[in-house]
Design a binder for this molecule. Sequence first.
Ligand code: 5AD
Ligand code: SF4
Length: 442
Amino acid sequence: MTDTKTYRIKSFGCQMNVYDGERMGELLDEKGMRAAEDGEDADLVVLNTCHIREKAAEKAYSDVGRLKREDGSRPTIALAGCVAQAEGAEAQRRSKMIDVVVGPQAYHRLPDLVAQVEKGERPVDTDMPAISKFDAMPKRRKSGPSAFLTVAEGCDKFCTYCVVPYTRGAEISRPWADIVDEAHALVDGGAKEITLLGQNVSAWRGENEKGQDGGLELLVRALARIDGLERIRYTTSHPADMDEGLIAAHGEVDKLMPYLHLPVQAGSDRILKAMNRHHTVESYLRLVERFREARPDLAISGDFIVGFPGESDAEFEETLQVVRDARYASAFSFKYSPRPGTPAADMDGQVPEEVMNERLQRLQAQLAEQSLAFNRSKIGATMDVLIDRKGRLPGQMIGKSPWLQSVFAETDAQIGDILTVDILDALPNSLAGIIRPKEAAA
Ligand code: 5AD
Ligand code: SF4
């Protein structure tokens, strides 16, 4: 054994946290640390937390507590992510075990903060220096077949239930050249698919190398020209920010995958207004139809909140109706959770837990039925599958369909291969298929 220090980063919550976790790992690698192996004790543990729903902070503190080892010792502990941002120095008052508190806009300083711990300090860094963290990070070197690339951060929408504008700060678009460079580096490092990330990715704006100003469409079209990059996705979009150019791109850019995560949150105009969503049910459904006109096989996915303050039974029924009308292929659904400091937390008519449970169950049953129907509609289809991991059974590999379904197949192909697969069976959350032999695939 060498005395190289090891780290473990645990990311919770959204894909942006996954991205941030990878970048923190790269920063630590650059300082000569290495990722701890499975089962190996790490010298440094980074908890990259999520604050979007209830008990996030409590969960983070109990995760910290569990890091104590049997002999009473513990690793150096850094609390990162949105709980760190929201709690700040309070985190260290609540838990003596937390050595570093570092927010989502300050993590480029993580190695320095860890070095300060070695000098006996307990640093807290929740600054929000505009964009600079990206400039302070090393170039990307290696990548899995499917990579995340943060293009926009923060959110200015202020939906009344959401902490994001407070924990991630104001909306910021990364500059064009930085994004294009990072995409090239990811592809050189092995990525076949890139998912462009932003809490509100559809608000991205920038200027290309010719000085032309534009939105996500311009970026998608440029990235599609990168040789070796086969698939492009983006998430999460806000219905009020989608423009005609982006819709058209879905019909014209082959590399742009036929999948769109477009949260509606609720099916009642009164609730949408109280949520400050800047769209109505009708404008949302019209938008979905326009996307489907551009790309008829588009899979739509969404996010839903049940039990927003004041939501009546009838208003909840409207949510079930929008689920049917938008024909979701998949979705995430949550019980409303009051977040400290957000306007909705102080609204009248907080909905009792039992009512939320019942609504969530009904919504999820409806969504599950639709996902299964969508998956079944692919039985008999032939599709490209990007292999991204090993299955549990010997010889089994798992990949992603263009519609983001997990596809299981037996093959001796490698992670990163794109295979042509005939789909034989569908389950609620996956497809099963057989690989088409190479000559037949032509
Ligand atoms: N309670 C429940 N769900 C929430 N979300 C955001 N804030 C809350 C909250 N306070 C959900 C929204 C969002 C997704 C990322 O999390 O549906 O789209
Ligand atoms: Fe939160 Fe709304 Fe911004 Fe999404 S769009 S991050 S839900 S405030």
